[in-house]
Write a protein of this length. Structure first.
Length: 103
C-alpha cells in the first residue's frame, strides 16, 4: 500500500471519527428542543455525507499514476508487442507452408 493511499485512508477515518464525536458532543451539550435538535442533526449529517461523497469522488477520479500502474501498463504494452510479433511470424510461416504445398 502506497504512502498516499495510507494518508487518504487516515484522513477519511479522521473525518469520520471527528464528525461522529462532534455530533455526539453537540447532541449532549445542545440546549435545543428534541425536534429542532433532530432536524439540525439530520441536516448536518446530510451535509457531511454529501461533502464526504464529493471528496471520495474527487479522490477516485484523480487518476494519479502510481508505480504499480505504470509497471502494469508497461508489461501489457510489452506483451502486446510480443503477441503482434508472434502473430506476424506465424502468418509468415503459414504463407510459406501454403506456398510449399502448392509447389
Amino acid at each position: 500500500m502506497s504512502q498516499r493511499s495510507r494518508s487518504v485512508r487516515a484522513a477519511v477515518w479522521g473525518f469520520l471519527v471527528g464528525g461522529t464525536s462532534g455530533v455526539a458532543f453537540g447532541l449532549l451539550l445542545a440546549p435545543n428542543e428534541g425536534r429542532q435538535l433532530r432536524r439540525r442533526a439530520a441536516y448536518l449529517l446530510d451535509r457531511w455525507a454529501s461533502d464526504l461523497a464529493g471528496l471520495v469522488d474527487r479522490l477516485d477520479g484523480a487518476d494519479v499514476p502510481t508505480d504499480a500502474r505504470q509497471r502494469a501498463d508497461d508489461i501489457v504494452s510489452d506483451a502486446r508487442r510480443q503477441a503482434e510479433s508472434l502473430l506476424s511470424e506465424a502468418d509468415a510461416l503459414i504463407m510459406q507452408a501454403r506456398k510449399g504445398r502448392s509447389s
